[in-house]
Design a protein around this ligand. Structure first.
Ligand code: NAI
Length: 788
């Protein structure tokens, strides 16, 4: 591979995409030069500055951490264009029109360094036309990098080379995008809509047509095409409203004009309802209504009622309960594989929608290989990372069974391409198969199974769970993940931490210590690491006033945390997504953590009326004690740590978790590439195990009454400022009590056990308070915090 080194990146066009891309690149650690057209007034940079400012203030934040914005320098095309000579990669993200883009590339050619890569973020213009008039060298370094909006959060990055792009540039961008930008890169062909849009739009149109003919209300269809099929709640119609119907129509029109030989697309009849919406400019969320419309009427829970478009009458109607076996069953079967197989065995309208739309999807994607992409995994990855699907089309086909998929296609009047027929003739009846360290896919071009590039970077949990499972209970598996390292994998619902997980962690550490394993990783491959301890259990015990049971539960948690901290082998945590409550307490006690950049970390106990009592509050006191140096003023750190727990602060990224004190830059690391954190945690275990010295307890310096006085003032000021209720202050005082080591008359050193006992005492006393019980009940019923 040619050695391209990317340090500095130029982004041209500071609109919605340009600013978002600049922020993501800055978040990933790169220096960015963001340029836009020069404004006419005295400040020529006003356009770029305003665009960037508006992007920075958008929610959710385009940056992992606010101060990363300092990595972005702004300028204008007139005065600062020459600075692009210092850039290793130049991304064009200006208006979607060919002439200005061509003109810009001409200017870029005049200043670019000879080895700089140039890319376009175009969503639809033919890549080959963009480089018209450019030199051979320019073309060989040119590629399209199609980010999705918003660039930080949407995982998909489509990479589209032109005929002249050097293979090294293509390979480099595919690898760089995934390794350094954390994206799912997918290699696409220079065809209209590339991969994701080319598939989703005809598929949406087909679903609309089916709903019209089956007479299914759109809110029912969204449930079936969404959660029932392992996809986001937005389903089809809400997704269309989110994208914007005008945008969707524009892209669709482009596809229809440029893909004349795409029979399946051309054969979908126009939708009366879709045309009605376009005619009235009801474009979805951005114009107030689309397939759905929010009314001013409030429902029982105070939310605005929503009406849905009736596809037959083109009028808006309130949702009414619909009885369908398919809908009913879809909610009852947890396992996606079982659910899908059950749903397609049914015959009601819901099942027909699923069967016929899936038949269309299977046939459509199979016919698009090799037109838009050469591989099945490329298509699956694009659909999963672009739209949040659990299973891509070919993965779903494998779940339903190869032959059944073909039958489904034929039953709905569609066809399969030659390569599927050949697979069937040769009895290769799966698109994917698991091969120990990697996944393999069926390659229609070579006619055999080939490994998926990069699949060896993630640990293959599926294989590990089958073949290397050393121990399992209802909540946990202990897996051998190779190189003499164990992994504790959570398998409880939402990875909730109960007794099974705690005992499992202790058992894994015992095993490692006594049988010569090098260490333990606590990590899993779920979307979210864990939502925390078992609140249902805590609630039940608290309601039944079973305080001794609660005390035992807290003790078990504390023992497990302490076991992670003081074992004879290294224990490293790998977290991602929601990392709440008890999950944070475990993380704090490990030797190190590797957090995926999109980790939302927080000690959130206060929201349910309790405090961290699995060692979390104690650990904050201990970290404070380590931060204190003789003669230094410690109050600001004390107040900061206190407020973090007392406001249940959750980081908006792993990077922000360092500021909140959940992560520590002396031991913890962030990784931007999804699903690689477990492997990195394993590498950390191996590194630490080389000269691992079992830690010993050294005591914790606490401030006693002098600290307490300060924290009580801080708690009261939170209430006065209006962001804490009286009961919040009550809980905050309990937290303060633990952090300061109680009412000690002078600062002194105490044991960790002393603080753990204070934690449990505070926890039990809060569990006996009616307002805590109300908070727990409210969270269990509504999944929301009650600030009573
Ligand atoms: P935008 O309208 O927010 O920004 C366009 C930018 O182009 C502005 O900074 C504007 O100052 C600049 N510009 C306008 N006319 C120009 C001209 N004649 N010469 C040079 N610069 C000019 O557009 P957005 O949404 O940021 O799109 C930028 C590119 O990204 C387009 O190619 C679009 O197709 C593509 N894209 C857009 C996505 C989206 O969701 N908005 C998603 C993926 C790609």
């Amino acid at each position: 591979m040619a050695s391209f080194h990317i340090r500095k990146i130029g982004v041209l066009g500071a609109g919605l995409m340009g600013s978002g891309i600049a922020c993501h690149l800055a978040g990933a650690g790169f220096q960015v030069l963001l340029l836009d057209r020069a404004a006419a007034g005295p400040d020529k940079n006003i356009l770029v500055k305003e665009s960037l400012r508006s992007c920075l203030s958008s929610k959710p934040s385009p940056l992992y951490r606010k101060d990363f914005a300092e990595r972005i320098k702004t300028g204008n095309f007139d005065d600062d264009f020459h600075k692009l000579a210092q850039c290793d990669w130049i991304i064009e993200a200006i208006i979607e029109e060919l002439p200005p883009k061509i003109e810009l590339f001409e200017k870029i050619e005049a200043v670019r360094r000879p080895d700089a890569i140039i890319s376009s973020n175009t969503s639809g213009l033919p890549i080959s036309m963009l480089t018209k008039g450019r030199s051979a060298d320019f073309k060989s370094h040119f590629i399209a990098t199609h980010f999705f909006n918003p660039p930080r959060y949407l995982q998909l990055l489509e990479i589209i080379p032109c005929v002249e792009t050097k293979p090294e540039v293509i390979d480099f961008m595919l690898d760089f995008g995934s390794r350094y930008l954390g994206k799912q890169t997918v290699l696409c062909k220079d065809r209209p809509g590339f991969v994701a849009n080319r598939i989703i739009l005809p598929y949406m149109l087909k679903v609309i047509e089916l709903c019209e003919t089956l007479g299914l209300p759109i809110y029912v269809a969204d449930k079936l095409m969404g959660p029932a099929m392992g996809r986001p709640k937005s389903g089809t119609f809400r997704l269309a409203d989110l994208v914007g119907l005008d945008t969707a129509a524009k892209v669709l029109q482009g596809l229809k004009i440029h893909c004349l030989d795409d029979e399946m697309l051309q054969n979908i009849p126009p939708s009366k309802a879709f045309e009605f919406l376009l005619r009235h400019q009801f474009y979805g969320g951005k114009s107030g209504k689309g397939f759905y419309e929010k009314t001013d009427e409030l429902d029982a829970s105070g939310k605005r009622k929503i009406r849905a478009l009736n596809l037959q009458t083109c009028s808006y109607e309130l949702e009414v309960p619909v009885k369908l076996e398919s809908l009913q069953l879809s909610k009852q079967i947890d396992d996606l594989q079982k659910r899908m197989n059950t749903l397609i065995s049914l015959e009601d309208e819901g099942a027909l929608l699923i069967k016929r739309s899936t038949a269309f999807l299977f046939s459509y994607v199979a016919h698009r290989i090799p037109e838009i992409c050469d591989t099945v995994y490329g298509i699956d990855q694009a659909m999963c990372s672009g739209f949040g699907w659990e299973l891509g089309p070919f993965q779903l086909w494998d779940v339903l069974g190869f032959q059944q998929g073909i039958e489904l296609i034929h039953d709905s009047g569609f066809t399969v391409p030659e390569w599927i027929q050949q697979m069937s003739d040769q009895e290769n009846l799966q698109f994917y198969r698991n091969e120990s360290e990697r996944m393999e896919y069926w390659n229609p071009l070579s006619g055999n199974y080939v490994s998926i590039p990069g699949s060896d970077k993630e640990l293959n949990f599926k294989i590990r769970c089958k073949e290397n499972n050393l121990f399992q209970n209802d909540e946990i598996q202990i897996l051998d993940i190779g190189d003499e390292v164990l992994c504790v994998n959570f398998i409880s619902k939402n990875n909730i931490i109960g007794e099974g997980i705690l005992r499992g962690i202790q058992y894994a550490i015992d095993l490692a210590e006594t049988q010569g394993w090098k260490g333990v990783v606590i990590g899993n491959t779920s979307e979210h690491f864990t939502v925390g301890a078992n609140l249902l259990y805590i609630g039940m015990m608290a309601f039944q006033q079973e305080y001794s049971q609660l005390d035992e539960a807290a003790k078990l948690f504390q023992e497990t945390s302490m076991r992670c901290r003081y074992s004879a082998i290294p224990v490293v945590c790998a977290c991602q997504g929601y990392t709440f409550g008890g999950g944070v307490e475990l993380l704090l006690h490990c030797d190190a953590a590797v957090a995926y950049a999109e980790s939302y970390i927080g000690l959130v106990e206060m929201g349910v009326g309790i405090l961290p009592c699995g060692g979390g509050t104690k650990e904050f006191a201990k970290r404070l004690s380590q931060e204190m140096k003789e003669g230094e003023v410690h109050m600001p750190q004390l107040i900061h740590r206190f407020k973090t727990i007392a406001t249940a602060a959750v980081s908006t990224s792993a990077h922000e978790a360092f500021d909140l004190g959940y992560l520590d830059d002396r031991r913890d690391a962030v990784c931007i590439q999804k699903l690689t954190n477990v492997r990195k945690a394993k590498e950390k275990v191996l590194h630490l195990s080389e000269n691992y010295v079992q830690p010993i307890e050294t005591g914790v310096q606490v401030l006693g009454q002098s600290g307490l006085a300060t924290l009580y003032v801080a708690a009261n000021s939170m209430q006065r400022a209006g962001y804490a209720s009286e009961y919040d202050v009550h809980i905050a005082r309990k937290i303060a009590h633990v952090l300061c080591g109680g009412e000690l008359s002078a600062p002194q050193k105490v044991s960790e056990q002393y603080l753990l006992d204070l934690e449990r005492e505070a926890f039990l006393s809060l569990c006996s308070e009616p307002k805590t019980l109300e908070r727990i009940q409210h969270m269990l019923e509504h999944r929301k915090v009650l600030r009573n």
